[in-house]
Design a protein around this ligand. Structure first.
Ligand code: ATP
Length: 215
């Protein structure tokens, strides 16, 4: 369980609060707007009305005691930047800030953010890849060159084993897991027999994966 300080409770901040609640973390939620604080109270350990750009307010929170601080203020870049900088200056261990433009990312990283999330860009990229590739259910970009895809098992693989198909040699990809009837089976053995209706999680270079998915 982690102690999380979440500042900014718009749509992004509210979704973050709900997920942190599901994951059973302790969350102190902050917004300048009382109504926004009230809306998340069912999901958080405590709610505080305050301005993240006020040094006095940030000092009153004891930010050193949180494992993670999330700055979820999006559109108001000035506020997001000031809040990020103040958190770091006051001893925050790890600050993740939300960017809504490319240029914000750079400024946030230079001014105290340990990490930056850019939801519009990340989701746009995910949507473009996910919905233009056939039979792809999910994908995670690991680096610019490597990814993991969840895809349906090719028809010609059904009834055959990983070793028999020589998956690694033939396609330069690794099968990390298979999912059957909603149940994930990690690290399938070489003698795993592929079943109809199964999905596979494959990792490889984008080049190999793209060749495999088109095959
Ligand atoms: P979202 O896209 O998450 O719905 P939004 O577009 O409604 O956000 P933003 O300007 O991104 O609005 O702000 C997100 C939240 O951050 C709002 O609830 C806003 O009240 C809050 N907020 C803005 N500035 C501050 C601040 N200085 N201190 C604390 N909270 C702030």
């Amino acid at each position: 369980m982690k102690n999380v300080l979440l500042i900014g409770l718009g749509r992004f901040g509210r979704h973050a609060a709900m997920k942190l609640h599901d994951l059973k973390h302790q969350v102190m939620a902050v917004d300048i707007d009382e109504e926004k604080v009230n809306e998340v109270l069912p999901y958080v350990t405590s709610g505080v009305i305050g301005d993240g750009t006020s040094e006095q307010f940030i000092q009153s929170l004891g930010v050193r005691n949180f494992d993670l601080c999330i700055v979820a203020i999006g559109d108001n870049f000035q506020s997001s930047l000031e809040t990020t900088a103040l958190l770091k200056e006051n001893g925050a261990k790890f600050v993740v800030s939300r960017a809504s433009r490319d240029v914000h990312r750079k400024f946030l990283l230079h001014n105290g953010a340990d990490s930056v999330v850019y939801p519009e860009k990340q989701m746009a990229s995910w949507t473009a890849v996910r919905y233009t590739a056939d039979h792809v259910f999910d994908y995670i970009q690991l680096t610019d060159d490597f990814s993991i895809y969840e895809t349906s098992v090719p028809n010609e693989w059904i009834g055959r084993t990983i070793v028999d198909l020589r998956v690694r040699q033939q396609h330069q990809i690794n099968i990390l897991a298979v999912k059957y009837m909603g149940k994930l089976e990690p690290m399938p053995a070489a003698d795993h027999v592929f079943r109809k209706g199964e999905t596979i999680f494959v990792m490889g270079s984008n080049k190999s994966l793209s060749r495999f998915l088109k095959a």
